[in-house]
Design a binder for this molecule. Structure first.
Ligand code: MN
Length: 735
């Protein structure tokens, strides 16, 4: 059966040739032959299938490949993946086939693209489930998109190309699907494109989304733009002429173009400010793109052009935007200013070098291109942003909807640049607080932040920081995240970290409390479920459950002594009762009393297993490490107080010990350290203090340890963590 007419074959061939001809990258013959192979396979696989528009299906993958290569500027691998992006989902080919034919990298990108399925575009479209389920499913899908993005950025770039082509051809879909797809586009894809610096694609997605969500308004704005086009062009020419003359006089190579605002931005302004089309004053904007002289910084040349323009026209001071000194988080660089035109109208002028323009139009891919040319380039904001997303995504407990809400807030937020005391710049969403900034620097800093000095003035954690502020975070080891901190955390990262910390500490406390209570009960020889005992406990603490008492106990909000007393009352063992009982006449056996009176000295924190000496005073024997200088001093002065003791510790008791840790600061290392201590060893951390100096951190952890064997075991494990280069026990923190 002939599945393609000659006419169709021709159509497909020429679209394919054109796609290759428009590719920005130089393609080697090896790459070309692999592209041909992908094309032939996709063409064969989709043969006979038609899109809603009636076109052969393969026209869609070709169009996606064209957007990816010519509009985003991606290379051969992305072209191949674009051509194959629907093959695994819609035909009998599998990911294994792709790996066989095209290698693991391409297969993994296609796999990513297949996982993000457009349920509404795919052939297996089901009936509409309930609204709630629908939303979460969508949220899950978005989350998947972002997850794959973290694997390989090309997945999301090709996905954007796919979405753009689907939006361009949305006209042939039924209206309900149009609305749904258009909403998704404006909700997630346009902001993503923006965030990745793909301005042209972002604008087109926004405009197309308006076209299908508000067709009438779209139509009206388009008509008005068209009808005012001629007059606007005249105004632009009139405005630009003196600038052109001056720039030429100065020997500057440049292009100048009038830039009508996008339909979406006009629409948004009309809705937000509730004004008519005619009232939007700043419809005029021009862009100057110059070819920079070598050996003169582009920044200098931008300001030079700025000064030429402002010699001609009066600038509006509060509208100057310097995205060159501090580029936007998506990599955007340019100088924007607004000046008064000859007709008393404000005109926005954008000044960019050729390189800046390419980054502005093609975002990520262009950024990579220039980055590889300049190896000295330090970590870009965009890398940091992707890293940040990965961090957020790594949190498996995050609820998909909650995550998406927070992620989206961050996606849309305007940004501010804030400085650390050392002058490092951090980008944060507008409205961010001191607490957000603390978490931006390091989770440990956030967890222990108590306040900050903003421009040398003391402020609380809830203080909202402004662009240009210098912020120094103040920490205290004893500080820990509390639920009310969520009220003034605004970034997804800060919120997630606070929730983590609260969850962890609640769980740890509950667990510690449970163990403590069990220990008390077993010492007293009663069951922790003893009815009368539990009843009295609840009454004593006004608690509603044993779990609540355990939580209180574990968080040290109630003392274990009182619980011990209560437990003894219900102890069925007479010996135990008389031994521990509160009765005045009770006598303790001598050896027990001896053991009771051994108290570890706070100067050296001995552990069972250490070589120790005892120092007798009025009613206790202080236990010092044999090496303790304070102990040595005491004993040198009062030799008769020395007692020989064996320090075995008391059953199940744990002793405070300090461990000093040094290493290279890398993402997640603190988490690993605390993970080994609290999860692997189930040891409670009393304090955690950490300092970072130029990527090297040093800190100390105070922990509760049973004995030296336990501690040595733990220290061995800590030392094995990648990045840690020393772990040692110290008597007490040095500060
Ligand atoms: Mn597709």
């Amino acid at each position: 059966m002939n599945l393609q007419t000659d006419e169709e074959k021709q159509l497909i061939e020429s679209a394919y040739r054109e796609m290759l001809a428009n590719c920005h990258k130089e393609l080697s013959s090896a790459e070309l032959s692999l592209i041909h192979k992908a094309f032939n396979l996709a063409n064969e696989a989709h043969k006979g299938v038609k899109r809603k528009s009636g076109e052969p299906y393969i026209m869609h993958p070709i169009a996606v490949a064209r957007i990816a290569s010519s509009e985003i500027g991606l290379g051969a691998k992305s072209i191949i993946c674009s051509l194959l992006h629907d093959v695994v989902e819609d035909t009998d080919y599998t990911i294994e086939d792709m790996e066989h034919l095209f290698g693991p990298k391409i297969a993994s990108i296609i796999d990513g693209l297949t996982k993000i399925n457009d349920e509404m575009l795919g052939p297996s479209n089901q009936a509409q489930p309930g609204q709630q389920a629908e939303t979460s499913k969508q949220a899950e899908n978005f989350r998947k998109i972002l997850l794959t993005m973290a694997d390989d950025i090309r997945v999301i770039l090709i996905k954007l190309a796919d979405r753009l082509h689907n939006m361009r051809t949305l006209g042939s879909m039924p209206p309900d699907k149009q609305a749904k797809i258009a909403s998704e586009t404006i909700y997630l894809y346009a902001p993503l494109a923006h965030r990745l610096g793909l301005y042209a694609i972002k604008s087109e997605l926004e405009d197309l989304s308006i076209k299908y969500r508000h067709p009438d308004t779209y139509q009206q704005i388009t008509e008005k733009l068209n009808s005012t086009e001629k007059r606007r062009q005249q105004q632009i020419n009139h405005f630009s002429l003196p600038i052109i003359q001056k720039l030429e006089e100065n020997g500057i190579q440049f292009e100048i173009s009038g830039r009508p605002k996008s339909i979406y931005s006009i629409w948004k302004k009309m809705v937000n400010k509730n004004v008519s089309f005619e009232e939007i004053y700043d419809l005029l904007a021009i862009r100057i793109i110059f070819d920079p002289y070598p050996h003169i910084p582009e920044k200098t040349q931008c300001w030079n052009i700025y000064s030429i323009i402002t010699d001609l026209y009066q600038p509006k001071p509060d509208r100057l935007r310097d995205w060159i000194s501090s580029p936007k988080a998506n990599g955007y660089e340019a100088l924007h200013c607004t000046v008064m035109g000859p007709n008393g109208q404000w005109v926005e002028v954008q000044i960019r070098s050729r390189r800046m323009d390419e980054i502005a139009e093609r975002g990520f891919a262009a950024h990579w291109k220039y980055k590889s040319m300049d190896s000295s380039n330090q970590e870009h904001e965009l890398d940091r942003w992707i890293k940040r997303i990965k961090e957020t995504l790594e949190n498996p407990q995050n609820n998909a909807l909650e995550f998406l809400d927070e992620f989206k807030l961050n996606l849309f937020a305007a940004e501010i640049g804030v400085f650390s005391p050392k002058g490092d710049m951090f980008t944060l969403p507008k409205g961010a607080t001191v607490l957000d900034f603390a978490y931006e620097i390091h989770t440990e800093i956030g967890d222990h932040a108590i306040g900050a000095k903003v421009n040398h003035k003391l402020v609380p954690l809830s203080h909202i920081i402004s662009s240009g502020d210098q912020v120094e975070i103040l920490t205290a080891a004893s500080q820990h995240p509390t639920p009310n901190m969520l009220d003034f955390a605004t970034t997804a990262k800060a919120k997630a970290k606070i929730k983590d910390a609260i969850r962890d500490s609640t769980r740890q406390q509950a667990e510690a409390g449970r163990e403590m209570l069990e220990r008390i009960c077993s010492d007293a020889g009663i069951s922790p479920n003893h009815r009368d005992f539990v009843h009295e406990l609840l009454t004593a603490y006004g608690a509603s459950s044993r779990e609540e008492v355990q939580q209180l106990l574990g968080s040290n909000r109630i003392s274990s002594d009182r619980i011990k007393r209560i437990a003894r009352k219900y102890s069925g063992n007479r010996f135990m009762r008389s031994l521990f009982g509160s009765g005045k006449s009770t006598k303790r056996p001598a050896e027990y009393a001896e053991q009771q009176r051994l108290v570890p000295a706070s100067c050296c924190h001995p552990l069972p297993g250490d070589e120790v000496v005892g120092y007798r005073s009025a009613d206790i024997i202080a236990v010092h490490k044999a090496t303790c200088t304070e102990g040595v001093r005491l004993m040198a002065q009062h030799g008769d107080h020395i007692v020989r003791i064996k320090w075995t510790g008391q059953n199940q008791l744990q002793y405070l010990t300090t461990v000093e840790i040094r290493g290279i600061d890398r993402m997640g290392i603190i988490n690993e350290v605390t993970g080994v201590i609290t999860r692997q060893f189930m040891v409670n951390i009393s304090k955690f203090h950490i300092e970072n100096h130029d990527g090297v951190f040093s800190g100390y952890v105070e922990l509760y340890i049973q004995d030296t064997a336990h501690l040595n075991n733990l220290m061995d494990k800590l030392l094995k963590i990648n990045g840690i280069d020393s772990v040692r026990r110290i008597d007490a923190p040095s500060d």
